[in-house]
Design a protein around this ligand. Structure first.
Ligand code: ADP
Length: 162
């Protein structure tokens, strides 16, 4: 059974992420969405909120999706999940430098690990969690960029603050 890990901050989950996850579900038996704890970094959504939003969106996938959190080395998390496969999405050329560094570092930490990349869909090539957070914080409509549950959660978050 082929399991692949899709790690990220997912603060919050966007349609760019869900597209990558859905396409991975078409290739692999199981996708483990690994939410980075990011201790020390100020997140908009708590770890629990970020995980819950992903679970809600992929409830229909049943056992084929697992949502878990991690901190520390991704290669160790992969070992715990008994897989050697890591998935990342690529948008622009600007993603490449950082992604290549990470993939090479993970390879040097564990030679077994393979990082695979899926290219974004054109529609979502400009979508990022940080842009979504910014626009939503100013009251802009991010409905077309995020799942419904995330859109509702963003509205709640910013109406509470504002
Ligand atoms: P990180 O902080 O680890 O980059 P993100 O939550 O921003 O976490 O992204 C997780 C993964 O999803 C990364 O591989 C990123 O390149 C990918 N990704 C983010 N947005 C998109 C998008 N619009 N299309 C394709 N991949 C994306």
């Amino acid at each position: 059974m082929a399991t692949i890990i899709f790690p990220g901050s997912f603060d919050p989950l966007t349609l760019g992420h869900t597209d990558i996850i859905n396409r991975a579900l078409g290739i692999f038996d199981k996708v483990v969405v690994a939410v980075l704890e990011n201790a020390g970094k100020a997140n908009l959504f708590s770890l629990q909120e970020r995980e819950a939003l992903i679970r809600e969106e992929f409830a229909h996938a049943g056992q084929r999706i697992e949502v878990d959190s991690f901190s520390g080395l991704l290669v160790e998390f992969a070992q715990r999940k008994k897989t050697r496969l890591i998935l990342r999405g690529l948008r622009a050329i600007s993603d490449f430098d950082y992604e290549a560094q990470m993939a090479l570092m993970n390879k040097s930490l564990s030679n077994e690990v393979e990082t695979l990349f899926l290219m974004t869909q054109e529609t979502y090539s400009y979508v990022s969690s940080s842009l979504v957070r910014q626009v939503a914080s100013f009251g802009g409509d991010v409905g077309p960029l995020v799942p419904k549950g995330v859109n509702n959660a963003l509205k709640k978050k910013f109406s509470k603050k504002g």
